[in-house]
Design a protein around this ligand. Structure first.
Ligand code: SF4
Ligand code: SF4
Length: 77
């Protein structure tokens, strides 16, 4: 199964909790404002993400999600 990491940049308040919590140092704070006037977190090194979901759990604004990408659906039929 493949996973996708998603940060809702307009929900993010730029608190930096996820940046500090990530064990792989994947996340950083952007230098561009979101629509609410905060500097949101983003995946600066997505190739290092291990999809541990610590950032999702820690975010007080529930701005981060990890979803499964279903592959080869057709192969199951
Ligand atoms: S899922 Fe884990 S490794 Fe990936 S960005 Fe979040 S805390 Fe870091
Ligand atoms: S913990 Fe949530 S609100 Fe805080 S910077 Fe990370 S994504 Fe944004």
């Amino acid at each position: 199964m493949t996973y996708k990491h998603f940060i809702d940049r307009d929900r993010c308040k730029g608190c930096g909790i996820c940046v500090d919590a990530c064990p792989k140092k994947v996340l950083e704070i952007s230098d561009e404002l979101n629509t609410k006037g905060y500097f949101p977190a983003f995946q600066a090194r997505p190739e290092d993400c291990i999809f541990c979901a610590i950032c999702c759990t820690m975010c007080p604004d529930v701005a981060i999600a990890i979803s499964e990408i279903e592959e080869e659906k057709a192969a199951q039929k």
